[in-house]
Design a protein around this ligand. Structure first.
Ligand code: FAD
Ligand code: NAP
Length: 530
């Protein structure tokens, strides 16, 4: 048996990698973390676009593992902005003295299983061996390649929301084009409009956008939560989406139209991601129920946007509410009432090419100074497959997942011993408050490492097949397949169309994982290391 250079290699220093490092150290294991960026924070390190903020409330989107950390950290807003979340990640790194084991500006390029250990190679040429390898590489960390003809020919600056310059961008007096109206576009468009001389927004798919109702966080609210944190954290862990607020069990079709509108009005006023889920329980289950909320939101848009043609184009029609991630906004629809802001509906006039001076559609060339791409990510599998991962007998993860990912619980992969994925495909992950899911996975992996005591662990192929079938089966009971969403890989040309996250809910999923552990890691093979 080889004495590995380190016990654990962790890839990525976002919230997942940071917490995993802290827990692994607690076991007395040696660990190295590699991070492609120059600092900690992952998502909140890279996505510095104007208007970037969390769509889960700060008092919920925060770590629960340390009561001291919970008590000492002061949030300033209901939905914290990117700089504040990044400061929080940096505080966590400093408070728990994590940086000394993190190598920044270093991408892991290869991970190869060699009989009883992982051989890790970095872009800088470093090679090291580790008994265990944990991928904390993020679900939304690899920007989608822009599939826009001629994009490289644009003469002015091109900005990706997901790789925003650290020094910021001043759009004052500039003519700007934004392509993409997912969460990143919806958050950045009102802020860019506040600076630019002219803003043209290119929309392919209209999205459901719900008010965030962001506000400063008053001391009384924060103190009250701090006094009861354990209770609230427990509720979030046992919930379906890792969020507080009880989902309704009432059918949207069981009430009168007036009662339904009144419930939707309340949800709209409450704002936030889970607000409509608290109105009715079947919005995600039947098209008929879903149509009621879809029409309600289209009506709201018509009520805000003055130009009827623009209002109609902004109203989502081609997918049910909730089958793409709903966006939270601050003044998004109002932005289209500004005289210098224009929406181009790409369903009517598609982009033909990006040219050196601007964006050409089938209708016109709009000349712009700056191009902003809010075009999304190669989600959930992109970062894992960007690494050349080779398991037992040299088998490549890229080949194994050619038809879509197959995992056991989103935590392990058959044929890839001693490898763990945090919030991997097949787990609730992106359908949840991610901090809740990250803590759950890290805690489970840490307990597993302790139980292994150096033994080798590998997901059993049959258990993996059963789990993958279960993920698909539960997903098929929802409306998720009715949208060309990144949840299905449908946003990336050529990507297999498979529902990537597990829709069974955070609480039930946690129970399943705990049961697996309690039964001696049922569905995994544990062997003495040779
Ligand atoms: P990440 O934060 O993505 O960190 C992964 C890190 O791994 C990155 O820093 C990356 O550079 C590094 N990495 C990847 N591959 C390699 C490699 N091969 N070698 C070295 N380093 C590598 N979730 C919510 O629950 N609520 C929200 O409101 C919310 N808002 C979001 C807003 C935006 C703009 C985005 C993009 C995502 C948002 N998410 C949100 C999801 C968010 O990604 C998670 O909440 C969380 O931050 C993920 O943490 P992580 O550590 O798992 O991954
Ligand atoms: P996204 O949801 O995938 O949106 C990408 C947008 O770009 C879509 O409107 C897409 O249109 C458009 N697009 C992509 N390629 C295009 C092309 N070739 N031509 C024209 N339009 C194109 O990406 P995102 O906005 O970055 O958000 C991704 C996820 O990150 C979110 O769903 C969420 O989970 C997370 N996020 C959260 C927040 C938050 O509120 N805290 C903020 C940002 C991101 P189509 O829909 O037609 O493909």
């Amino acid at each position: 048996m080889l004495m590995a250079d380190t016990d654990v290699v962790i890839v990525g220093a976002g919230f997942a990698g940071l917490y995993q490092l802290h827990r692994v150290r607690g076991l007395g294991l040696r660990a190295r973390v590699f991070e492609a960026g120059s600092g900690v924070g992952g998502t909140w390190y890279w996505n510095r676009y104007p208007g970037a903020r969390c769509d889960v409330e700060s008092l919920e989107y925060s770590f629960s593992f340390s009561p001291e950390l919970e008590q000492e950290w002061e949030w300033t807003e209901r939905y914290p902005a990117q700089p504040e979340i990044l400061r929080y990640a940096e505080h966590v790194a400093d408070r728990f003295d994590l940086r000394r084991d993190i190598t920044f500006d270093t991408r892991v390029t290869h991970a190869t299983w060699r009989d009883d250990h992982w051989e890790i190679r970095t872009g800088g040429g470093e090679e090291l061996t580790a008994t265990y390898c944990i991928f904390a590489t993020g679900c939304l960390s690899v920007p989608k390649e822009p599939d826009l003809p001629g994009v490289e020919s644009f003469a002015g600056p091109t900005y990706f929301t997901s790789r925003w310059p650290h020094e910021g961008v001043d759009f004052t007096g500039r003519r700007v084009a934004v392509i993409g109206t997912g969460s990143s576009g919806v958050q950045s468009i009102p802020v860019i409009a506040g600076q630019a001389a002219a803003l043209t927004v290119y929309q392919r798919t209209a999205n459901y956008v719900v008010p965030a109702r962001n506000a400063p966080l008053d001391a009384a609210t924060q103190d009250a939560r701090k006094a009861e944190y354990p209770t609230y954290r427990k509720l979030a862990r046992e919930s379906l989406a890792g969020l507080l607020g009880t989902p309704s069990e009432v059918s949207a079709l069981s009430v009168t139209p007036e009662e339904r509108t009144a419930a939707f009005d309340q949800a709209w006023e409450r704002g936030g991601l889970g607000s409509f889920r608290q109105s009715f329980g079947d919005l995600g289950l039947t098209l008929e129920a879903n149509d009621t909320v879809a029409e309600y939101i289209r009506g709201r848009i018509r009520g805000i946007v003055a130009d009827p043609e623009t209002a109609d184009a902004l109203g989502p029609k081609d997918h049910p509410f909730g089958t793409k991630r709903p966006c939270l906004d601050t003044g998004y629809f109002e932005t289209y009432n500004l005289p210098h802001v224009r929406l181009v509906d790409l369903r009517k006039t598609p982009i033909v090419a990006i040219e050196p001076t601007g964006v050409r559609t089938t209708d016109e060339l709009v000349e712009v100074d700056d191009l902003v791409l809010a075009t999304g990510f190669d989600a959930m599998t992109g970062a894992l497959l960007a690494v050349d991962v080779r398991g037992r007998d040299g088998v490549r993860l890229r080949d194994v997942w050619a038809e879509g990912p197959s995992t056991y619980l989103g935590l392990g992969i058959a044929g890839f011993p001693n490898l763990f994925t945090i919030t991997g495909p097949g787990s609730p992950s992106v359908l949840s408050n991610m901090l809740v899911s990250i803590e759950q996975h890290v805690d489970w992996i840490t307990d597993c490492l302790a139980a292994l005591a150096g033994r080798t662990i590998e997901a059993d192929e049959q258990a993996q097949e059963r789990w993958t079938a279960h993920v698909a089966e539960v997903g098929a009971q929802t409306l998720m397949h009715h949208a060309n969403s990144w949840y299905l890989g449908a946003n990336v040309p050529g990507k297999p169309r498979v529902l990537l996250p597990y829709v069974g809910g955070v609480g039930p999923y946690r129970q399943i994982c705990d049961d697996v552990a309690a039964k001696g890691y049922e569905g995994f093979r544990l062997t003495e290391t040779a």
